[in-house]
Design a binder for this molecule. Structure first.
Ligand code: EPZ
Length: 422
């Protein structure tokens, strides 16, 4: 297994290009199952999760061609041959469950493995099931697989989700595009990735309104046609790299960044003493003056503070002046980066869903282990600011969500290299 060696090297300066959003691409790709005509995605990120989704779609009989070094995905699901998403694939990547809604809408049946637990939490699918059942699906759990079918075809309905689940919103919206009649989805997730999905579905002929708000209305249509869609910028990669100059000093411009994607995050950075300004190319980030100050964080569904930036923000707070309290309200076990940061000299106390971080003057490089995607990059951020060398192991987690992380950080002056595993 490869590892990444980071050596604290002072302020960072320059530009970092931000890629297309992993979490948008992972819901846009299954949308190809909704139509017999080709769907092409541009600005796709080059990530292992995208390769996993590609393999899943191909296992269903879809054609997926990766062009222009992976930035264009040309897909066609004219002749699907299976409607089963295997445990082996779903186990590796929970987002595989996003084929459930499209398969039901197109095929009238689907067999999708339950993802099983993952490092950050149980991550059940009850909200997906409840929403699809509201549309007329009959779903049984057998041998770890959800067996779903729709004897009379999906029918539009009014359904209120108990929690604004991102994935459940995506599955229900995709299914509703081909249901008979109107669906009103209440307490829908409002993430930019949902907005991006709806914009793509609309290009395919779907009749949808309300995306980005808590109530999405979908008028079912008989069929969807092909389209070409540009994947929205990745707000989590954007937020992650905004923290690089915040933790190291210097000034970095994030190309393709937009304030609307990270407004609550940018507000927190501003309160911590980090300026974020929009330029014609993206977002420019720099400390306002000297050491950042501690701020408190509570993770919430969009537009609140993103849970996917909590680990990275914790790394910054480890070096801040004062004490910050980070409350993780979305996942039940998303502080596994904390003990690794403590190995670097951080002062963190975790009690249940709350972590109290008292900033220290200087983190010290150390060998640490990545435990999940966002934790891995939080350790790299800490290593950039630490004195001495930090080796982050198990970087396969990193490859799931960050393309060319070494090249992007080297480009702004970081001392970082990837060490090939034996
Ligand atoms: C999406 O996961 C993202 N993944 C996650 O990003 C992100 O952390 C999460 O949304 C929250 O923003 C993708 O988009 C591929 P949820 P998702 O359904 O859809 C519980 C990353 O790092 N829940 O909004 O799975 C669940 O257990 C990943 O890129 C149920 O209880 O998130 C969790 O506690 C990590 N029942 C909470 O809701 C359900 O049926 C949020 O889950 C579904 C979810």
């Amino acid at each position: 297994m490869d590892s990444i060696l980071v050596t604290g090297n002072g302020p960072l300066n320059g530009q970092i290009p931000i890629a297309g959003a992993k979490n948008a691409c992972l819901t846009l790709m299954p949308a190809t199952l909704l139509s017999e005509e080709p769907l092409t995605l541009t600005n796709a990120p080059r990530l292992s999760d995208i390769k996993t989704m590609t393999a899943l779609l191909q296992s269903l009989g879809a054609e997926v061609s990766s062009l222009q070094d992976g930035q264009v995905l040309a897909m066609s699901s004219h002749d699907l041959t299976s409607h089963t998403a295997d445990y082996e694939i779903v186990r590796k990547m929970r987002a595989s469950n996003l084929v459930l809604g499209p398969l039901l809408a197109r095929f009238g049946e689907a067999v999708v493995s339950l993802p099983g637990g993952c490092a950050i939490g149980a991550r059940p699918m009850d909200l997906h099931v409840e929403g699809l059942e509201a549309l007329g699906a009959e779903i049984e759990l057998e041998d770890g697989y959800l067996h779903a079918k729709v004897p009379g075809g999906l029918k539009g309905a009014v359904h209120e989700m108990r929690f604004a689940s991102v994935g459940a919103t995506e599955n229900i919206v995709m299914a509703a595009t081909l249901a008979k009649g109107t669906t009103v989805l209440k307490n829908a997730a409002r993430e930019p990735e949902i907005v991006d999905l709806v914009e793509c579905l609309r290009k395919m002929g779907a009749q949808i309104s309300g995306e980005g708000t808590s109530t999405i209305e979908i008028q079912g249509v008989d069929r969807l046609h092909g389209a070409t869609h540009q994947v929205v910028t990745d707000r989590i990669e954007l937020g992650t790299y905004m923290l690089a100059p915040a933790i190291c000093g210097g000034e970095v411009e994030l190309l393709g960044g937009r304030m609307s994607l990270v407004s609550s995050f940018a507000e927190k950075l501003d309160a911590a003493g980090v300026s974020v300004t929009e330029t014609d190319k993206g977002l420019k980030v720099a400390r306002k003056n000297g050491r950042v100050r501690s701020v408190d964080v509570v993770t919430e569904p969009f537009p609140g503070f993103p849970t996917d930036l909590q680990a990275q923000m914790m790394a910054l707070m480890c070096t801040a002046e004062g004490t910050s309290v980070l409350e993780e309200r979305i996942f039940e076990n998303r502080f596994m980066h904390a003990p690794e940061l403590v190995r670097m000299g951080a002062n963190i106390e975790v009690h249940g869903g709350t972590a109290t971080v008292t900033g220290v003057d200087q983190l010290k490089g150390a060998p640490v282990m990545a435990t999940d995607l966002r934790a891995s990059v939080s350790l790299i951020l800490a290593g950039l600011a630490a004195e001495g060398e930090t080796t982050v192991s198990r970087v396969y987690h990193l490859d799931r969500g960050y393309e060319h992380v070494v090249r992007k950080l080297e480009g702004v002056g970081a001392k970082i290299e990837r060490i090939k595993g034996q």
